[in-house]
Write a protein that binds this ligand. Sequence first.
Ligand code: PBG
Length: 332
Amino acid sequence: MKPTIAPYPATRLRRPRRTPALRDLVRETTLSPGDFIWPVFVRDGEGVEEPIPSMPGVLRRSVDKVAEAAVEAHALGIPAICLFPYTDPALKTEDCAEAWNPENLSNRATRAIKAAVPGMAVMTDVALDPYNINGHDGFVVDGEVVNDATVAALVQQALSQAEAGADIIGPSDMMDGRIGALRTALEAAGHSHVCLLSYAAKYASAFYGPFRDAVGASGALKGDKKTYQMDPANSDEALRLIERDLTEGADMVMVKPGMPYLDICRRAKDTFGAPTFAYQVSGEYAMLAGAAQNGWVDGDAVMLESLMAFKRAGCDGVLTYFAPAAARLLNG
Ligand code: PBG
């Protein structure tokens, strides 16, 4: 029911905006470091922190530095880190075997974080693109990204991540049937506690550009991902994907990218009420950080405003490269 609003001057909507105390009282949405999952890029070596030109302020870190960063993030109140490996091109193959190597970068970083700061939740990415010679999330056969053979490989990849200690597994590949296959395999292998955060509504977006630089996939990618990632024109389809993944055993769902898709976040939360996350992706980060670097916007202000918008749109949390900077500001 729509509440009636008394006519002016009985109603003056500016009254509760007059002072900071009044604004605090009527604020509908809150933002805290506990809302963040921090995506981190891992590379080989030791003691390495390497800037990523298209993502000002973001680093590729060697495993030891990732563990150090996890300790700091935990102290800031950030509950989870999401790992993305920058894989040596020499390890990229057509069969993507590095994806389930127990000693791959992602698995080594998971173990290092868990050893350094057991309370930090580790999220890992399930998709073949960091390991695939052609940059695709699945196997390519005769020019097509094949579904079912890819799902079998994703299962192997996820099991190796669970074995390494991942708390949350994030399938970002957009193959059909993978959530059900992963859930069944995790249960059978004794990993019943591992959460699946499905990249359920992942769009074929140009906003992933800087990420592909960061993981070294830009040069490798042949063609585009439109046969598996979603058409940016669709919204009902996102709800069908989310419903399907929840039915197959996803514990949480994600909408990606974030800011251009807040309408999808709101529909998803209102429809299912499931734990809902958005990924403020690399291109969104680059837009805000790049404009701030040029002095065109107030960087701190647009960062917090953009993050609050996800909460307002119904998200329970946000994957954001801003996590440590935003947490620092929020902690005062
Ligand atoms: C690939 C993957 C991508 C991102 C996360 N996992 C890129 C893609 O689909 O090509 C993008 C994240 C970002 O842009 O920040 N499985």
